[in-house]
Design a protein. Structure first.
Ligand code: FE2
Length: 379
């Protein structure tokens, strides 16, 4: 896909993503949560994640506990404080449960740190080496939007289950997986007029390029609007759309997020599957709630997107959306917020050639979100 940095006013030599890190993939997503033990059970039973590793009082920690879960290439870390008054407590007090760390798998965590900090990143963690009998992991970290951080993880000299400090976690309860494969993209919501600032950060500090941009004419309904740009790293494995609110007749879903999250943060993760009908059927059977789409959406969808491999009936029954671009089509569906605060949700996506993000579905999707906002009294 063509890159477009023109709207960022960057120097000409920055027209392509400059891969000085480079990033091999998403290493893990860490959420700070009020009760990691029960959150772990939710992600296992409802989402089919498998138990992988644990750290807490039993491994010598005094003040926090973490559960590590995995499904194919997707790794989640759920962390809760064990005492009052610490940094994790403050994060939960301010934001509710939410994503603290988007960890990026790199070849060289020291170089990733020096390259990004020298380009203006704010340091979160200077490079440090963790060792145990299985080898060593090097970590470093920088701040991004809100209180969210990126941790660079270098694990080429490590053969243990997750990283030093964790032991393998093998409870007798294991739910079957639901076919989720990898993280397709992670979306950040930022405040008014902050989208360009953070796109510039990803371009200048991380060497990312802009894939696409949507303005309020693309993404607006009768009531609400937002703007979005998608930043991607050089090899395309990392895609970070950044949203900001735009003014409409009523309150934008991005503003609702910012109000309840108390600032910028991760709005959704899109998780990829090779069979969205099977994955969503399993998730629904386990109680995951999705946005509902009116049946009128399906009356003319095939005339918009053309022929697809799947039967329309199961897509309609499950509420799965369809969109097409020059390279193919995609199937996608969005959960309702998975937390009490209307903040984070999860997208399930199956790509059949398409590399875009479902622009043709924005209207139906945002109308569905507005119906939910209305029921919360926040539209
Ligand atoms: Fe998405």
């Amino acid at each position: 896909m063509a890159t477009d940095k023109t709207s960022l006013n960057l120097p000409k030599e920055n027209l392509e993503a400059e891969d000085f890190l480079p990033i091999l993939g998403t290493d893990y997503i860490e959420l700070y949560v009020g009760n990691a033990k029960q959150a772990a059970y939710y992600y296992m039973s409802a989402w089919g994640f498998q138990p992988l590793a644990y750290s807490g009082l039993e491994t010598g920690l005094k003040d926090k506990v973490s559960y590590v879960l995995q499904q194919d290439k997707i790794r989640l870390v759920l962390t809760s404080p064990l005492k009052s008054g610490g940094e994790i407590n403050k994060h939960i007090e301010a934001h509710g449960d939410g994503v603290k760390v988007i960890a990026l798998w790199v070849d060289d965590a020291r170089k990733s740190y020096s390259e990004t900090v020298s380009r203006g990143a704010k340091s979160y963690m200077e490079p440090k080496v963790l060792k145990d009998d299985e080898g060593e992991v090097v970590l470093s970290g920088i701040h991004t939007y809100g209180e969210t951080v990126h941790i660079f993880v270098e694990r080429k000299a490590y053969k243990g289950v997750f990283m030093p400090g964790y032991r393998s976690w093998d409870p007798y309860y294991k739910a079957s997986d639901v076919g989720l494969k990898y993280i397709d993209h992670i979306v950040g919501n930022v405040g008014w007029n902050e989208m360009n600032k953070w796109c510039k950060f990803y371009a200048e500090v991380m060497g990312f390029a802009q894939l696409v941009s949507f303005d309020d004419k693309d993404i607006s309904t009768e009531y609400t609007a937002l703007m979005s740009k998608v930043m991607s790293n050089g090899n395309g494995r990392i895609k970070f759309p950044i949203n900001e609110p735009a003014s409409g007749r009523k309150k934008s879903q991005i503003e609702e997020f910012i109000d309840f999250y108390n600032g910028s943060g991760v709005q959704h993760m899109a998780l990829s599957t090779d069979n969205i009908i099977e994955t969503v059927s399993s998730l629904k059977a386990r109680g995951v709630e999705f946005l509902t789409i009116p049946s009128s959406y399906y009356e003319d969808v095939l005339s918009r997107v053309g022929e697809i491999d799947e039967d329309l009936a199961p897509l309609k029954k499950l509420g799965i959306l369809i969109d097409r671009d020059d390279e193919g089509y995609l199937l996608q569906i969005f959960t309702k917020p998975i937390l009490d605060r209307p903040t984070m949700f999860i997208e399930i996506i199956q790509r059949k050639g398409a590399k875009s993000f479902g622009k043709g579905n924005f209207k139906a999707l945002f109308q569905a979100i507005e119906r939910e906002q209305e029921s919360r009294g926040t539209l």
